[in-house]
Ligand binder design. Structure first.
Ligand code: CMC
Length: 391
């Protein structure tokens, strides 16, 4: 008992005011700073979207050039950060390495951060957006025993990342513009999503005054779970397990069975009860990218079949369960040569823009106070301690 409102999973509690992202879950609307996601997906780039999320306005050309230059200036990881990677077992999950690497940035830059100072906050944002691809590529290359590549600062953000991932010494990487464009688009779609679990985590940690790297590292760990960003990895594992279109029906049956914990990964969303606008964009793109890259992935057929079967099934219709952003993203990542375990890392690179925009907004808002939820206590009444011998 207690005099608090009980709102399990915060389904109806607004934990903050925010001017960054707007979602209308019934209508399937997603706006970054007022701009529809469809328009940003078609015309913008991830780096421009990052600027928009951070600053509230789209940049003029000179503003964008200066932002892009600043990002480029900060792309290298600290040389001794590489030593951190060596401490991991060779088959460590890349999300574990990424969370640890970002947390370790707190150790490298801690003294220089005053969270009360707007210039320091901005520098932390630039550092995080700039270094995340470098750390992510480090996680990947360490996991396959390849030497790290330094960022090539003559390239754009996404191209630079793909080079750090796949370039081999003295062999120029033949980078498909289709691949770079597809990845850039996925980054735009994943850049922010208001108060989801990981962003709320960043804000909760941020509300204690913790430094930004520690706050973002906490966001990364929250993202990892299969109910959140880990869904993209879980979707691909699920599609692999289903294997062929003729097994789709039995997967749907299992997902409906309340005695079976199996859920259709990439289906359902806390907020979207009509459709996920990001899923619509990704579905179209998946077919296009696979065609243009000349990839014929039988898992796409399984995914299409699964979506069809679920969408005409009463269980999913009644509960308003639709494919979400992660249902098709893994098939694209796979076509780009990115291994399944790296999928959530891709999500983390993109969401860093949103996380840090929220962290900054929080610190810019006067009167912000520590996040401190209450509880409904359901434990024992007061009772007396009984010595061990008498229990
Ligand atoms: N498969 C089967 N049944 C489902 C699913 C699913 N994917 N999602 C929800 N349900 C059922 C659930 O069992 C419940 O049924 P009942 O009312 O009979 O008990 C009902 O639908 C409502 O579900 P809920 O768990 O109360 O909904 P929620 O808002 O708490 O959870 C969710 C939202 C996204 C965690 C959930 O739909 C889910 O687990 N989906 C699969 C994981 C996934 O794709 N996550 C990615 C989300 S989008 C990207 C991101 O946030 O990172």
């Amino acid at each position: 008992t207690g005099h608090f409102t009980y709102d399990q999973g915060y389904g109806s509690t607004a934990s903050t005011k925010s001017a960054i992202t707007y979602i209308d879950g019934d209508k399937g609307v997603l706006l970054y700073r007022g701009y529809p996601i469809e328009q940003l997906a078609e015309h913008s780039s991830f780096l421009e979207v990052a600027y928009l999320l951070l600053n509230g306005e789209l940049p003029k050309k000179a503003e964008f050039d200066s932002f892009s230059n600043e990002i480029t200036h900060h792309t290298m990881m600290h040389e001794s950060q590489k030593e951190f990677f060596k401490g991991f077992h060779h088959d460590a999950h890349p999300m574990a390495m990424l969370a640890a690497s970002v947390a370790s940035m707190s150790a490298f830059y801690h003294d220089k951060i005053n969270v009360e100072d707007p210039a320091d906050r901005r520098l932390a944002a630039i550092r995080l957006i700039a270094k995340m691809p470098t750390l992510a590529a480090g996680c990947f290359r360490y996991s396959i025993d390849w030497p790290f590549r330094y960022p090539r600062n003559n390239l754009e953000y996404v191209d630079r990342f793909l080079h750090m991932m796949f370039e081999v010494p003295s062999e120029p990487l033949q980078l498909s513009p289709v691949a770079a464009k597809a990845l850039d688009l996925l980054f735009i779609l994943h850049a922010d999503h208001e108060q989801n679990a990981s962003t709320s985590t960043v804000r909760l940690v941020g509300s204690t005054g913790a430094n930004p790297y520690a706050s973002i590292a906490a966001g990364i760990t929250a993202l990892w779970g299969p109910a959140h960003g880990g869904a993209n990895e879980a979707v691909l594992k699920m599609l692999n397990e289903i294997g062929t279109p003729d097994k789709v029906e039995s997967a749907v049956l299992r997902a409906k069975d309340k005695n079976d914990s199996f859920r259709l990964m990439g289906f359902g969303h806390r907020v979207y009860k009509n459709f996920d606008p990001r899923a619509k964009i990704i579905r179209e793109m998946t077919h296009k990218v696979l065609n243009e890259l000349g990839v014929n992935d039988p898992l796409l057929e399984v995914a299409v079949k699964l979506e069809e079967a679920a969408l005409k099934d009463d269980y999913f219709v009644e509960r308003k369960l639709y494919p979400n952003v992660d249902f098709y993203s893994g098939i694209i990542y796979k076509a780009l040569g990115i291994p399944t375990e790296m999928f959530t890392v891709m999500f983390a690179i993109a969401r860093t823009a949103g996380w840090i925009a929220h962290w900054i907004e929080q610190h810019e808002t006067p009167g912000s106070r520590i996040g401190r939820p209450r509880q409904i206590y359901v434990g024992s009444d007061v009772r007396d301690y009984i010595p061990g011998a008498k229990r």
